[in-house]
Design a protein around this ligand. Structure first.
Ligand code: GLA
Length: 743
């Protein structure tokens, strides 16, 4: 047996040797390397009044983020900075990490090239500074892919907005599979992340956690609703495992995008923290034609060394000064009829509500859902969306008649639309089934009995713009539009995009922005609210176009404490629509005192959402009083700096204050959330933001008898900031509003 095996092996060797003699000679394979030109090492500093983002460019042209924090006297000290990290694997400090080379972490940029390769390595080409904008040009020398990193600094607000632009410098299309707006490297001993979660009627709930190793991803894949289950924003406290309003380093970020988003936090073995933030590439491989440029949305960054409070104030100031559609323009108090009437109203009822709103001192009436569609009248949420003509059976006198009545009473007039949506029960759904978001052969899922129109299609963009335009033409007295969006995307797909379905999610939002650009070009002065089943569209992308958001369908006082506290961490009070509704609350069944609801709603843009006739005479008196006092201090809410004094997540109360920029006036709000035993001392609020060398007269509003012993008197700013201010709030739902004025 052994001999047979040996014989077979010898025969096999002989055959192989003969084949080798016959085979033509192959040219020896040589691996050629494209040379990367050396560059002059340098430091690029992006600075604001108090912060600096410092980038280091090495001889090879690798650009790394070396510092984001306090402004330094000499940023060039970072020129030869060496982190001693293991050189075989990049430790993760690249300014814009791409898949390829020595980099093995989560990528800001990943590209699939036409030859099937996936390596991208980008190197410094040049950079230029124009005003507050610095652009760094990078290039992959093998594939000719180019990346511009654009840093815009807002000096006074200590904000830096970063985005990337990716250019296909090759001759064939490439596929972008990751395309973050910005990548940030931080280096601390601990990273304590605050982010948001939620659901309908429970938006902007706060989650806090110490980041361990591995990757933490925050994201949305809901297409058109950015913020119902999360928010494209976060705050990160450094070197601590605790939240502090006033102490320590905090980096905060927020994305200017209204579609799918993704923010990842990765702690590799180096100890760094890498944050990649941008559009979510989920189901969105972006094909970039030769020569084409892909521009990502801005990622907003701020840094504070005075805790989270200052980080929030930086974002708020930046938003008011540079991002919000109309800055901190004071928008009117209003009465919205939704919870007062739902779909069941007629002209007489609306006129009566307007009269009541006027008599309470409110400044606008907003007619909500239910005024439109004839063949499929919108008398509930099952029909009519898409058919944007007046329901003359319901409102035979017309919109202009109602708007004129409001104007005659001294009120502005607003009206609701939901132009991106269609009910199956509508003429539009029957006329244009191809406009509906859908995937061939699959059921078109309904949410709230409605489908969503495909805004990646230019015809649909025209239609949606037309809805706004035609609604505005119903009367020349329309001052306000409530733009709603009551569902997210499911079973996604577009008949318009054909085989380019990966363009759907991004194309939809680009289409939405095109429509909003047109709307704003024609209607620059109309106040527009961004509503989405409450607060499902709260992001800095929308806020370039909208004046305000509807923070939640839930106006219950207890729920609103958490929703409004969470919103305040990232977004300024001037955008936050907050309404007083009736009790028991329609969403939660909860009963809270009217004063508590008023005081809380007054920390944002105050409104009411109820049938005024449901209020007792006594409640009407209180309402009048609260609305009147709100007008006295609302400039502080809209334009002042916010200081959070007590967090509902940490104690039994919630307190906050707004201070005018010149520190001459302030308003303080305090809310008791839990019974405080009579043996306990009154809670002490150390007021912030005051001028400690001046004295302030403190007046409690909305009450006859104050809950603070010092109300009506004057006190030094230092006394008020050092524990002297201790209003007695001891029963759940006790609340107080104090106005502080220098004398
Ligand atoms: C959404 C909004 C509400 C109201 C209804 C109308 O739920 O969030 O405020 O406008 O739609 O259908």
């Amino acid at each position: 047996m052994k001999r047979i095996l040996l014989l077979l092996a010898a025969m096999l060797l002989a055959v192989t040797a003969a084949d080798a003699r016959k085979a033509p000679k192959k040219k020896a394979y040589v691996h050629e390397t494209v040379a990367i030109p050396e560059v002059q090492p340098r430091v690029i500093a992006i600075e604001t009044d108090n912060t600096a983002l410092i980038l280091q460019v090495d001889r090879k042209g690798v650009v790394r983020t070396r510092h984001y924090g306090a402004k330094l006297g000499r940023s060039e000290d970072f020129l030869n900075f060496n982190d001693k990290a293991f050189k075989d694997i990049d430790p993760g400090s690249l300014a814009y990490p791409s898949s390829g080379g020595r980099y093995t972490g989560s990528s800001a940029l990943s590209v699939l090239y036409p030859d099937g390769t996936r390596n991208t390595e980008i190197y410094y080409l040049s950079h230029e500074v124009a005003g507050n904008k610095t652009t760094i040009h990078l290039k992959d020398y093998v594939t000719e892919l180019k990346v511009d990193l654009v840093y815009e600094s807002f000096p006074k607000e200590d904000v830096i907005v970063i985005h990337s632009e990716i250019v296909n410098g090759g001759k064939k299309p490439v596929s972008l599979t990751d395309y973050a707006s910005s990548s940030m490297t931080l280096n601390a001993r601990k990273y304590f992340l605050t982010h948001f979660h939620g659901t309908w009627a429970e938006e902007m709930q706060v989650d806090r956690e110490v980041l361990g190793h591995g990757i933490k991803v925050l994201e949305s894949r809901r297409g058109v609703q950015t913020s119902q289950c999360g928010n494209p924003s976060f705050l990160l406290s450094l070197d601590t495992a605790e939240w502090s309003e006033t102490k320590g380093e905090v980096v905060a970020g927020a994305l200017e995008w209204s579609g799918n988003w993704k923010i990842s936090f990765e702690r590799p073995e180096s100890g760094y923290l890498r944050i990649n933030a941008g559009i979510n590439p989920y189901a969105s491989v972006w094909s970039l034609a030769a020569g084409e440029r892909f521009v990502t949305p801005g990622m907003v960054w701020t840094w504070s060394d005075e805790g989270a409070g200052k980080a929030s104030r930086n974002l708020h100031r930046w938003a008011r000064n540079s991002q919000l559609y109309a800055g901190a323009q004071i928008t009117p108090t209003l009465l919205n009829n939704w919870e007062g009437t739902y779909f069941s109203f007629n002209t007489k009822m609306l006129l009566d509500i307007i009269d009541d709103a006027a008599s309470m001192g409110l400044e606008m009436f907003v007619l909500d859902d239910g005024w439109f569609a004839k063949d499929y009248p919108r008398n509930d949420d099952k029909a009519g969306l898409g058919d944007w003509e007046l329901n003359t059976d319901k409102l035979p006198e017309g919109i202009d008649y109602i708007a004129s009545h409001a104007h005659n009473k001294g009120l502005k007039f607003g009206i609701w639309i939901e132009p991106e949506m269609v009910n199956p029960e509508s003429n539009l759904a029957k006329a244009h089934p191809e406009w509906i978001v859908q995937s061939p052969g699959r059921e078109m899922e309904q949410i709230r009995n409605q489908w969503i129109l495909d805004l990646s299609n230019p015809e649909v963009q025209d239609f949606v713009y037309g809805v706004f335009d035609r609604t505005m033409s119903l009367s020349d007295k329309i001052d306000y539009i409530k733009w709603d969006c009551n569902r997210s995307v499911t079973s996604f797909g577009s008949t318009y995009l054909g085989t380019e379905q990966d363009r759907f999610f991004i194309g939809y939002i680009q289409g939405l922005y095109k429509v909003l650009d047109r709307v704003r070009a024609k209607y620059p002065d109309t106040i527009i609210q961004c509503c989405s089943s409450g607060g499902a569209r709260v992001d800095y992308g929308q806020l370039k176009y909208f004046n305000e958001v509807w923070a939640s369908d839930n106006s219950d006082g207890d729920s609103r404490v958490l929703i409004q506290y969470g919103t305040s961490l990232v977004y300024p009070a001037c955008i936050m629509g907050s309404h007083v509704s009736i009790v028991p609350n329609h969403q939660t069944g909860n009963i809270t005192p009217l004063k508590f609801r008023f005081d809380l709603a007054s920390t944002g843009r105050l409104g009411m959402e109820l049938q005024p006739k449901d209020l007792t005479a006594q409640e009407r008196v209180l309402a009048d009083r609260c609305i009147k006092s709100y007008k006295q201090y609302r400039d502080l809410v809209f334009k002042g700096d916010l200081y959070r004094l007590a967090s509902p997540y940490e104690g039994d109360d919630y307190a906050l204050m707004y201070v005018s920029e010149d520190k001459s006036r302030a308003v303080v709000f305090a809310f008791c959330l839990k019974f405080r035993n009579r043996d306990k001392a009154a809670p002490v609020y150390k007021l912030q933001g005051l001028d400690t060398s001046r004295s302030y007269k403190v007046t409690e509003l909305n009450v006859d008898k104050s809950c603070w012993w010092g109300s009506g008197k004057s006190f030094g700013g230092d006394f008020l900031s050092s524990g002297g201010f201790n209003p007695k709030l001891s029963k759940p739902h006790d609340s107080a509003v104090f106005l502080l004025e220098t004398e």
